[in-house]
Design a protein around this ligand. Structure first.
Ligand code: NDP
Length: 289
């Protein structure tokens, strides 16, 4: 028989998680602040709990997925005693420091804490495209519950520092947001002359894939060897070319503010004597001195 699991928080993500556990055959207890959201899951076989305390008491493994870690803290602080001796897996998006603080609170109350970062949207849960990052001081507890967690998505253990899952999660999403901003500006620029987005999309997609395949591993190599010199495209040249972008946005009636900080970064790189280096040098310039 599959082991019992409790899910606290039945938003879009929590509902997808509980549904995946039910499909995998786990007796699943669910709780949500707004009780009506337990309805569809109860129809799939979940057991709704009247209170968070009842939900916690029902399973050795408790998965929580709320909007913020502030909400997690507020919900679970009064349930510390009920959680003692159980494993709490927190899949709420947050910062490394928040995860470490929750881990400390949990340790002080005899609760096994595992932090997680979901690299998927709700629709991707329990599909091969999804994975979840995990970290926490008790790797053995993670291994114990891993077969259950595999019902949600592929599992990636990233280490014993509880803040690591959030660090990996936010670092990956940083790449995504940077790309999303570039994609938005690219469509705005091409669209400023009425070129249909659908016509431009394949070019943009292929270009980003090709650039990603080059830039990501090359940057990693440069960072790890501390060798930023390039014979491909140096910062001095990029600095001279970049004003054309800002000028073109303005000429085409677009806002320039989202892309102006990159000029500052290029200027600073050259001023600090890194003109012959490649874009990988920007990584060191982003550190606060
Ligand atoms: P939703 O807005 O759909 O759901 C939020 C959930 O949090 C609801 O169950 C809500 O309860 C609950 N909640 C909020 N505040 C409190 C509180 N103070 N006390 C108790 N419960 C509270 O968000 P999602 O389910 O989409 O997201 C949940 C987490 O998952 C977030 O941290 C998000 O960043 C992360 N995530 C989401 C992804 C997505 O694509 N959706 C992708 C990856 C991560 P109520 O129903 O009563 O309002």
């Amino acid at each position: 028989a599959q082991s019992p699991v409790t899910v606290l928080g039945l938003g879009l993500m929590g509902t997808a998680l509980a549904s995946a556990l039910l499909k995998a055959g786990h007796p699943t207890t669910v709780w949500n602040r707004t009780a009506a959201k337990t309805g569809p899951l109860a129809a799939q076989g979940a057991t709704p709990a009247d209170t968070a305390a009842d939900a916690v008491a029902a399973s050795p493994l408790i998965i929580v997925c709320l909007t913020t870690n502030e909400a997690v803290r507020a919900l679970l602080a009064p349930e510390a005693e009920a959680l003692a001796g159980r494993t709490l897996v927190n899949l709420t998006n947050g910062t490394p420091a928040q995860a470490r603080e929750l881990a400390q609170w949990a340790a002080a109350h005899g609760i096994t804490y595992i932090d997680g970062g979901i690299m998927a949207v709700p629709q991707m849960i329990a599909t091969p495209a999804a994975y979840i990052l995990y970290s926490g001081s008790d790797e053995a507890a993670f291994e114990t519950h891993r077969p259950t967690l595999e019902a949600l998505a592929d599992t990636k253990w990233v280490g014993k520092d509880p803040g690591l899952a959030a660090l990996y999660d936010l670092s990956l999403l940083t790449g995504m947001y940077g790309m999303a901003l570039g994609v938005a500006q690219a469509f705005a620029l091409i669209g400023s002359e009425g070129i249909p987005a659908r016509e431009f999309a394949p070019l943009l997609r292929d270009w980003i894939v090709a650039m990603t395949d080059g830039i990501v591993p090359e940057t990693a190599e440069a960072i790890d060897t501390d060798q930023h010199l390039t014979d491909v495209s140096n910062l001095a040249m990029n600095r001279e070319a970049y004003p054309n972008f800002i000028q073109a946005y303005a000429e085409q009636g677009l806002r320039t503010d989202a892309f102006e900080p990159f000029q500052d970064l290029l200027d600073r790189a050259v001023e600090e004597g890194h003109g012959a280096d490649g874009l990988s040098r920007l990584v060191t310039l982003l550190k606060k001195s």
